[in-house]
Design a binder for this molecule. Structure first.
Ligand SMILES: [Zn+2]
Length: 228
């Protein structure tokens, strides 16, 4: 019975929610846990991108909403998550990253899991102070020719100041990485995510992870908790 374990006579699933702001390392940690437990790392960003490419009524609906600049309604996001969770690779468990993001989505997720007789094993909260978030994101520079060429003035500086090592194009800072934009995202994140953490805290599911620690130290802690 891969992916399910017996604890105090109850079967528990490898179902984890990952919450944390951009720069907290949660995506990397989700990938690592995903490999270790052989369960999929499911992010709403990836689901949206996949559905956008589909020639299906759902694909049409999502394209129409995103092209109009509107927010994707909870109902539709939850429908896409439900379809993704029904795929066979998610049977032993899964990591949800970027979902739920609203109280409505928490309720949808509860309903889905209850229907299937499944439950959340832990909600990982990757806690990173605002100053540290800015310090991690602000030094990023990207290549003006190829956006996949990414540098970091502290951790991965280019050989020549302001110039891409690969193709010699000038580097720039994305608007999203400017301190004001980062602070705005931090505020949005606090407004959206902190109330959800309270909901899960009341269920004793939240495990706070100190995201200022090294990637490897964080991985060790995440694996320990996942295997409890
Ligand atoms: Zn480049």
């Amino acid at each position: 019975m891969r992916g399910a374990r017996k604890i105090c006579g109850l079967m528990t699933d490898h179902i984890y929610l990952f919450m944390g702001i951009q720069g907290s390392g949660k995506g990397t940690q989700a990938d690592r846990l995903s490999k270790d437990l052989s369960i999929p790392h499911i992010s709403t960003g990836d689901i949206f991108r996949a559905v956008m490419k589909e020639d299906s009524p759902l694909g049409d609906e999502l394209r129409r909403i995103l092209n109009s600049g509107a927010l994707v309604p909870d109902e539709l996001t939850s429908r896409m998550v439900r379809e993704r969770l029904a795929k066979p690779d998610a049977a032993p468990g899964f990591i949800l990253d970027g979902y739920p993001r609203t109280q409505g989505q928490v309720e949808h997720l509860d309903a889905m899991l209850t229907e299937q007789g499944r439950s959340i094993h832990a909600v990982f909260f990757f806690d990173l102070p605002e100053e540290e978030t800015v310090a991690r994101l602000e030094p990023r520079r990207i290549c003006t020719r190829d956006q996949s060429h990414i540098y970091h003035l502290v951790n991965k500086p280019p050989k020549v100041d302001g110039i891409c090592d690969i193709d010699g194009a000038p580097l720039k800072q994305r608007d999203d990485d400017k301190p004001e934009a980062i602070r705005k995202r931090v505020e949005e994140y606090k407004r959206e995510t902190l109330p959800l953490l309270d909901i899960y805290r009341a269920r004793n599911l939240v495990r706070r992870i100190d995201a200022t620690l090294s990637m490897d130290a964080v991985t060790e802690e995440v694996l320990d908790i996942a295997k409890e």
